[in-house]
Design a protein around this ligand. Structure first.
Ligand code: ZN
Length: 207
């Protein structure tokens, strides 16, 4: 597949350039292990790469990406809890000091929620139930006189994920003791702006 060959060429550029320049860093990360100070939960969307947006280096960010950067509520019942496993390892294993939920403009997962459960007809089996995490927020946005429900739900979904993070007992305990800080952020894509949630007034402020 020629498209993949382009990516292998990209890897070869990385191996002969960025890897060489960062060889000492990679050696230290290999021998000492990783100790990233921050976990970022962001969308799978190809336009929102946290390493690019936050201009980070290897070893700095423990990253979790999923459709619409959502965190499910804490629950230990049956099921394969990939998101909760990553959160558990980030907080209990790596002891990250910050968790950022990074939302973004033009999110397809949020659009799927707004479109309201008709994706099944298009052959999707999983997306509808996944974005159900934000159904109450979606209903609230749709019931409001919102001029921009897509953006309003993208921002509200970040608040929902932060609230769901706080439903994990080990997160609530660490936030209370000051060991862990939670942040909401939103990347505008076309304007390149980063908006960060101000806890004091519950609004997203451009940085
Ligand atoms: Zn998205």
């Amino acid at each position: 597949m020629p498209e993949f060959a382009v990516f292998v060429q990209g890897y070869q550029r990385f191996k002969s350039d960025a890897y060489v320049r960062q060889k000492a860093r990679y050696d230290a990360l290999a021998s000492d292990g990783q100790s990233p100070p921050i976990m970022i939960i962001s969308c799978c969307d190809s336009r929102v790469d946290p390493a690019t947006v936050f201009d980070t280096t290897p070893g700095q960010v423990f990253a979790l990406r999923n459709v619409a950067n959502l965190v499910p509520p804490y629950e230990t019942g049956g099921g394969l809890h990939g998101v909760s496993a990553a959160i558990e390892f980030g907080v209990l294993g790596l002891e990250v000091r910050h968790i950022v939920v990074l939302g973004h403009a033009q999110c397809g997962g949020i659009k799927a929620s707004l479109d309201g459960g008709d994706l099944g007809e298009a052959g999707y089996s999983f997306i509808d139930s996944w974005v159900d995490i934000v159904r109450p927020a979606r209903d609230k946005v749709l019931a409001s006189a919102s001029q921009d429900p897509q953006r309003d739900l993208e921002l509200e979904a970040i608040r929902v994920s932060l609230a769901n993070l706080r439903s994990f007992p080990f997160i609530a305990a660490r936030e209370k003791s000051g060991q862990l800080k939670l942040h909401g952020a939103y990347f505008g894509i076309s304007d390149g702006n980063l908006y960060v949630l101000n806890d004091k007034n519950d609004s997203f402020e451009v940085q």
